[in-house]
Design a binder for this molecule. Structure first.
Ligand SMILES: Cc1ncc(COP(=O)(O)O)c(C=O)c1O
Length: 373
């Protein structure tokens, strides 16, 4: 699949946890969007509806839900803010968060303090809280548990089935941030009981920066109390020559699509990326990513490096290591200067390969890392 991406000019981008590159089909779609803007006479009014609809179709297939249930966002944060600002809170309500989680999962809820909504952190003895740790932390005030699926800095996953069962039994809404998982892990929303999922589109889903989506269980979505009345969402598909000014009720998820929903330069290439991933099949993409993860786990010299990410499982696509003698930053700089693009996070090296990475480049990176004593 390497040839479907790039060119990378001889360098290795093994940093999908930061940004996924656009596949070539998406670059073609982006060029098409640019052509529409160069010559706007080619942009038909109907495209304001057909372009987002096509994205929703693709995301609906990805998540196994009806396309009408998808909210188009521009980030993971978009959906989290929608929920934080839309859930009808009562003073004293509490949101449980994961200690050490990514900032985007924490801040939207902390902003509710003035409404009397508390936030509290679940601590874990092992990177991510398990079902029991969550259960022990829930109180009668807890309304929401918000967590990342795969942790950005450690690669550890939440036990989704376990926490989902606890949340359901205890009447707590489960809000999941799938930004570091969806694209190499499949999420089948017809089977997995979560109340809301949000994700950026520019990492494992290989979309442009400024893309994202949110799915909110329809009954939950209906109970949100949030004033969003985007004029374009109210028009139906009847053309733009005489815009309606009256609020249309019962728009469903569409009510909450981000403004500028058709955002051609982002939506057209992202749709092409998601369709491309679907055509390759998430299970086979996942197998490829796991093969690369297995090579790193087996190949890295554990006398030199401590593996922070799961070492006993290949399921995560985020490999995190720390040099035992503490010169990780210097090693990172040398890795970069050798043309391997990875991340340095909290003084650890984070390596995150995806479908465009090859066995050879991962083996070469491991060989290079093992040279630093
Ligand atoms: C788990 C997680 N959530 C969210 C983000 C980014 O948030 P947003 O898409 O809202 O900018 C990142 C990484 O940048 C992340 O790792």
């Amino acid at each position: 699949l390497r040839d479907d991406f790039g060119p990378f000019d001889g360098e290795s981008w093994i940093n999908c946890a930061m940004q996924g590159p656009l596949p070539r089909v998406a670059i073609r779609a982006l060029n098409e969007a640019v052509s529409l803007k160069i010559k706007p006479s080619t942009l038909d009014d109907s495209m304001f509806y057909s372009v987002p609809r096509k994205l929703k179709d693709a995301l609906g297939r990805l998540l196994n839900v009806s396309p009408e249930e998808i909210v188009i966002g521009n980030s993971a944060s978009y959906g989290l803010h929608l929920l934080a600002n839309g859930i009808p809170w009562e003073r004293g309500d509490e949101v449980l968060l994961v200690e050490g989680d990514f900032a985007a999962d924490i801040m939207p809820w902390q902003g509710l303090q003035s409404e009397g909504v508390k936030t509290r952190f679940v601590r874990s003895s092992n990177h991510m809280p398990d079902a029991e740790e969550l259960e022990r932390s829930i109180t009668e005030d807890t309304r929401v548990f918000c967590t990342t699926w795969v942790h950005s800095y450690t690669g550890h996953s939440i036990d989704l089935e376990g926490v989902s069962d606890v949340c359901r039994e205890m009447g707590v809404k489960l809000v999941l941030n799938g930004s570091q998982a969806i694209g190499y892990k499949a999420l089948d929303l017809s089977r997995m009981k979560v109340d809301a999922v949000t994700s950026g589109g520019y990492k494992w889903l290989c979309g442009p920066y400024g893309t994202g989506f949110c799915w909110i269980e329809p009954g939950f979505l209906e109970r949100l109390d949030y004033n969003q009345a985007y004029w374009l969402a109210m028009q139906g598909e009847g053309g733009l020559d005489e815009a309606k000014t009256g609020i249309v009720e019962n728009l469903g998820a569409m009510k909450y699509d981000v403004f500028g929903t058709a955002s051609f330069h982002n939506v057209m290439p992202w749709t092409a990326s998601v369709e491309y991933l679907l055509s390759k099949g998430l299970p086979s993409i996942g197998r490829h990513d796991q093969e690369l993860m297995g090579l790193m786990i087996e190949g890295i010299d554990t006398e030199r490096y401590e593996i922070i990410s799961p070492a006993e499982s290949k399921e995560s696509s985020i490999f995190v290591i720390e040099h035992r003698r503490g010169n990780t930053r210097e090693i990172y700089n040398r890795v970069i200067s050798n043309g391997f693009h990875v991340s340095l996070r909290y003084d650890r090296i984070r390596i995150s390969p995806h479908l465009y990475n090859t066995v050879d480049e991962v083996l070469s990176l491991v060989e290079l890392l093992n040279k630093f004593s």
